[in-house]
Each structure stands twice: as C-alpha cells, then as structure tokens.
Design a protein around this ligand. Structure first.
Ligand code: SAH
Length: 255
C-alpha cells in the first residue's frame, strides 16, 4: 500500500512551488494534476506517470468521485502518489473530499502547503493584504456557492474573492448589497505568479470595467483595506516600468 502526498504547486510559474513540494514531487511514481498547474513542473518528475484530472468533466461531483477513486486505485499500486493542486491544497481545493476518500480506504495522506492565489496577487500588485491600523483581518472567500450562485460578502477588513473572474459587474452589485461603499478600493489580478500576470486597480463602482482586461484568465479580486493604493507607490511605478522588473503589469483605468 502506497501513500498520497498533496502538494500545493503554487499559483503559477513552476518556481513558486516550495522546496519541500519539489522534493516530494521528484519521488512520485504517479502524479494526478490540475489544469492550473505549470507544465514545466513535469521536469521535476520526468519518470512519473502524469495523469491530468483538471480537464473539464472532473469539475462536477461525478468528476470528484472519479478523482477520489483514481487516488485510491493508484495508491494501492505504487509507493507514492502525488496529488498536485494549484495554489495551496487547503484553499478551495476540495481537499476534504480527497482526504476522506483516502481515510476510508486506510491510505496515509500528507499535505505540503503552497502559495495561494491571494498571496501571489498581493505580491504582484504590491498591495499588502494587511495594513497597520486599518487592515487587521483577511478573508479568503469564494464568490461561487455550491449551487453556482454568485455571492459577495463582508467578513473582514480585506476580502479576497476567488472564482468571480467572469462576473465582475455582478460581483460589484453583490458587494454593494453586502455593505461595501461604491468607493471601496478593489484590486483585480489575473494569472498571479505567472510572468504575464496582470493587475488593475478599481473601486467597487468601476469593478465591472476590469472584465475585458482579465477575460479568460484565472482571477482574484481583493476588496477593502488590502486593495488601497500606497500613496508613495504611484511615483515609483512611473519611474521604473513594471514589465522590465519582471513584475505584473499594473493598469489603473480612469473611473
Ligand atoms: N487552491 C487554489 C484555488 C483553486 S480555486 C489556490 O490556493 O490558489 C480556482 C480559483 O483560484 C480561480 O477561479 C481563481 O479565482 C483563483 N486562481 C487560481 N490561480 C490563480 C492565479 N494564478 N491568478 C489569479 N487567480 C487564480
């Protein structure tokens, strides 16, 4: 009987995986990977069998049951199965279902953390999620309910929304309903952690305008204290073009 290690691949470029994650990946016999993980990670385990479970068709509950069954089946056949997940496995990764499936089958599971998209977005936009004084709490929130409905929310000084990329105008309306003011800052970052990451700054009233720029790309929306511009940054930005420094391109659309 083998074991399963869940590894957070990080949000983008292969070098955002942790050293511990990379070492465990190198020992894998079979890797079950998600759509959002970087193909360059394959070089870390060239001899393993790579199984894509991130394709469409695995996203619903039947798909999840298939993934659970594949994990168990492979762990019975080889010493080490790696379940490679985008970002961090413990954040919107359906880890609980996969851990439970392993526990039912009496298979050992281990989790190696990764950089979640919210943190890579903060780094790319250079907007810290916490701020001394006004930004004392951060919430990671999915904008999608289990039934597929869009929901806003206000549970922390800084709220980072996952899975809202396609519906930014609707998210803005839900955020207003949840009690945020129209002029609350909102930062949108897509493909955070990749060389072609894009970051744009808005307020809730103008959030819908970000749709075109980030269309078709994995996106997180940061709202509240952690999306507020840093007063001293705009001058520094205009003096050093962001693309040259390998940082995300930052656009500030006029409201
Ligand atoms: N476990 C992942 C989240 C998976 S849910 C993590 O910890 O990051 C998928 C959602 O994550 C996407 O809809 C998007 O909102 C967000 N996401 C994933 N990768 C991203 C990236 N590189 N940039 C911005 N958002 C990303």
């Amino acid at each position: 009987m083998g074991k399963v290690i869940f590894i957070g691949a990080g949000p983008g470029a292969a070098d955002l995986i942790t050293v511990r994650g990379a070492r465990a990946l190198a020992r894998a016999d079979v890797v079950l990977f998600d759509a959002l993980t970087d193909p360059a990670l394959r070089e870390l385990a060239p001899n393993a069998r790579w199984v894509d479970v991130g394709k469409r068709g695995f996203a619903d509950s039947t798909g999840q049951a298939t993934i659970n069954a594949l994990l168990v089946r492979h762990a019975r056949e080889v010493p080490l199965v790696v379940r490679l997940k985008g970002g961090d496995p413990s954040v919107f990764g359906r880890l609980e279902e996969e851990l439970e499936a392993l526990a039912h089958a009496g298979i050992a599971g281990e989790v190696i953390p990764g950089v979640t998209a919210a943190l890579a977005a903060a780094a790319d936009s250079r907007l810290p999620l916490t701020r001394r004084g006004g930004g004392r709490s951060v919430a990671l929130t999915t904008a999608m309910t289990r039934e597929g409905a869009l929901r806003g929310g206000r549970g922390a000084d800084t709220e980072v929304f996952y899975m809202a990329g396609r519906q930014l105008a609707a998210l803005a309306r839900r955020l207003r309903d949840a009690g945020w003011n129209d002029d609350t800052p909102a930062s949108v970052v897509s493909r955070a952690g990749w060389p072609d990451a894009l970051a744009s700054m808005h307020c809730i009233a103008t959030l819908g305008q970000a749709s075109v720029l980030h269309s078709g790309r994995p996106t997180v929306v940061t709202v509240g204290a952690g999306a507020a511009a840093l007063a001293a940054m705009s001058r520094a930005d205009s003096e050093s073009p962001l693309l040259e420094t390998g940082q995300a391109q930052v656009e500030t659309p006029s409201a």
